[in-house]
Design a protein around this ligand. Structure first.
Ligand SMILES: [Zn+2]
Length: 169
């Protein structure tokens, strides 16, 4: 079932930033969710788009249609078209998961500091987040370390994977 992920160093580093808090948990169900997250991440368009082609208009001179692979910035989320579908978009920006995300954030309320929620509520949709806001988002993710909050987030991602599978073909 699992194909060997060929993640380049940069992507692996980014994935670790996204998932790092959940790596430290000893809870078996969270570890299972973790591996689902990683394999789910390989199905996001930022990854699958590596193998998609864009047709180019044929040149009049020779009539041959040319094609080329999608660039990273062209691997747009097919659920909302509001950005590249990478891990961060999937987890915190995509409107397809808004309702589920609202539930996550209210579930987290009792166990994290208010600034963490503020940082995670921020998104890239109506305007681009600043570098500081993005850094806060990473910082907030690092504060999700208790077993309970880790479980809430991993369950959230698992549900989002399920929602995504039901919406995409
Ligand atoms: Zn989206």
């Amino acid at each position: 079932m699992s194909t060997k992920p060929k993640l380049d160093t940069y992507r692996r580093w980014k994935l670790d930033l996204v998932y790092e808090p959940y790596l430290n948990t000893r809870d078996p169900s969270s570890r299972r969710a973790m591996s689902e997250l990683r394999s789910g991440a390989n199905r996001l368009r930022v990854e699958t788009g590596r193998h998609e082609y864009m047709k180019l208009i044929p040149r009049k001179s020779n009539g041959f249609a040319k094609r080329r692979k999608l660039k990273r910035e062209e691997r747009i989320c097919e659920l909302c078209y509001a950005g590249v579908e990478d891990e961060m978009h999937f987890m915190w920006d995509c409107e397809a998961y808004d309702r589920r995300r609202d539930r996550l954030l209210s579930d987290l309320e009792a166990d994290v500091e208010p600034w963490v929620l503020v940082a995670l509520r921020m998104n890239n949709r109506s305007r681009m987040m600043t570098k500081i806001e993005l850094a806060d988002r990473y910082r907030a993710l690092r504060h999700i370390t208790q077993d309970k909050t880790v479980r809430l987030v991993t369950r959230y991602i698992r549900d989002c994977n399920r929602i995504r599978r039901s919406l995409i073909k």
